[in-house]
Design a protein around this ligand. Structure first.
Ligand code: F6R
Length: 242
């Protein structure tokens, strides 16, 4: 695992942008695994800048998102599909037919999970998976206790995750209680992983991920078993380790 320490959120976003742009330009048909949340927002902003400066193109990119809330339509401003359109897809030359965010309103959610897995496989697997981390150590929506063998599945969200994500909703009651998420095994099958971590509230989780025991109680700890992980973390996120 390579750990790149940067000063703050802005520096993390800058470094992550350079990392991703280099790979998108290097691969003929890049397959990206994408994340939502506050962590990658700065990265997406910078990637759009690079696109506007003709330094990167998404014409050949396929992308798969990690997760989506159950029950939210694509048009719902709190859906992850909407987030991706708003923060990235609408501003670059990606073909919407080449992006896949799990469908949280599918009639058969289990079938939707299988379709997401099959589509990733058909694309040749994920080249670069972008991840954030929850303060409880979750990756994707894989909460503590999720089996390392899990593939894309429907999850019941932890109280702490519902609370953390309520900042985007009018009230905590509006936060969906379930989501579809790539599983731990799905994430581990990606060829390369880029984990971004910013802020003191992630410091405990990051310390456990780097130095702790590999255990299903800390989902992110599984990344110790992956051969090609880069962590870009700011000083606050690394404050517990140093
Ligand atoms: C988002 C995702 C989540 C977030 C994590 C951190 O697609 O899968 O695991 O990466 O909850 O969220 P933020 O970045 O908002 O702190």
């Amino acid at each position: 695992m390579e750990i790149i320490k940067v000063k703050d959120y802005e520096a993390m976003s800058e470094e992550a942008c350079a990392f991703l742009v280099e790979r998108i330009n290097r691969f003929e048909n890049p397959v990206l695994g994408l994340a939502t949340g506050s962590t990658p927002e700065g990265l997406y902003k910078r990637i759009i800048e690079k696109y506007n400066q003709n330094e990167v193109s998404f014409k050949q990119v396929k992308s798969f998102n990690l997760d989506e809330y159950v029950g939210l339509e694509k048009e719902d401003p709190n859906s992850y599909y909407y987030f991706m359109k708003d923060k990235l897809f609408d501003h670059v030359d990606i073909t919407l037919d080449n992006v896949r965010v799990p469908n949280g309103v599918a009639a058969d959610l289990k079938e939707e999970c299988e379709t997401h897995e099959a589509a990733m496989k058909a694309a040749g697997g994920i080249d670069i998976q972008l991840l954030g981390i929850g303060a409880n150590g979750h990756i994707g929506f894989n909460e503590p206790g999720t089996p390392f063998t899990s593939t894309t599945h429907v999850v019941d969200l932890d109280e702490s995750t519902i609370e953390a994500n309520s900042r985007f909703f009018n009230s905590i009651e509006e936060v969906p209680t379930q989501a579809i998420s790539m599983g731990i095994d799905t994430i581990m099958r990606s060829k390369e992983i880029l984990l971004l971590v910013s802020g003191e509230n992630k410091a405990e989780a990051l310390a456990k991920l780097i130095n702790g025991e590999v255990t299903e109680d800390v989902p992110a700890s599984v990344l110790q078993n992956h051969a090609n992980v880069t962590v870009i973390a700011d000083e606050a996120a690394l404050s517990v380790i140093n």
